[in-house]
Design a protein around this ligand. Structure first.
Ligand SMILES: [Zn+2]
Length: 242
């Protein structure tokens, strides 16, 4: 084994192991109460490159608990659908909502914490099934997002809520841009991500209003909140009501 080469070009498992050790030290040495991660309940003196040293959550993930509280959506006895959650999001919802009647996790691919392998643009879910649907940084990957919007509307109960966030690209963009003739290889160049099929703007909510939803927007936080919960002022959340 060439150790010089290994130090210059560390293998992915070596990077992950060293990150794990660094995070353990960060948790140990950053005891305090300046910041709070609502995903894992860690308190400390600061996040590290935006990440929580205990659960590795990102600012956009920590925005889920913040916006659920902001819109008053944490209630008992709900039927919840979570579209393509990551593991942190899944654990947070499972541990936060009391007496969940049903908590479905849908993804187009089979991943360990998913219980429904389905396409959100055409599910076999009965209409009026859910009280709350959560979809976080997913719709920018779905080509037929308008079909997904009507499908979510169909499976929500009357007065049910959809909590949604997408990345706004470029920062502060007001008008959503997409062009179906752009080839997949050019997504990175045009939309800033190799798998984003559009650049979402602040008008992206109109696609949901078109299928019948009414909208509430959250994009302004107090500075103290940004700091305390490790959020980004560039992220937006919409709460849609059926
Ligand atoms: Zn955390």
């Amino acid at each position: 084994m060439n150790f010089n080469n290994l130090i210059k070009n560390p293998k992915p498992y070596a990077i992950a192991a060293s990150e794990k050790i660094k995070n353990k030290l960060r948790v140990y040495f950053s005891k305090g109460n300046k910041v709070h991660c609502e995903i894992c309940n860690w308190n400390g003196n600061g996040f590290f490159n935006g990440k929580c040293p205990k659960c590795n959550s990102l600012p956009r993930t920590r925005l889920i608990p913040f916006s659920l509280r902001h819109f008053g959506l944490i209630k008992n006895n709900l039927n919840i659908l979570h579209i393509a959650p990551n593991l942190n999001e899944y654990n947070y919802v499972k541990n936060t909502f009391q007496n969940i009647k049903q908590y479905d996790r849908l993804n187009i691919r089979a991943v360990p914490h998913i219980n429904m392998e389905q396409d959100i643009t055409k599910t076999d879910i009965a209409e009026n099934t859910y009280d709350l649907v959560i979809v976080w940084h997913v719709l920018e990957h779905i080509v037929d997002d308008e079909k997904a919007a009507s499908e979510i509307y169909r499976i929500l109960k009357p007065k049910g809520n959809l909590l949604m966030s997408v990345p706004i690209y470029p920062k502060g963009n007001m008008v959503t841009y997409e062009d179906p003739s752009i080839p997949y290889e050019d997504y990175m160049k045009v939309h800033g991500h190799p798998d984003h099929c559009r650049s979402c703007g602040m008008d992206y909510c109109k696609r949901f209003e078109k299928v019948g939803f009414s909208t509430k927007l959250l994009n302004v936080y107090q500075n103290e909140d940004l700091k305390k919960y490790g959020l980004s002022k560039d992220h937006v959340v919409w709460a849609f009501n059926k």
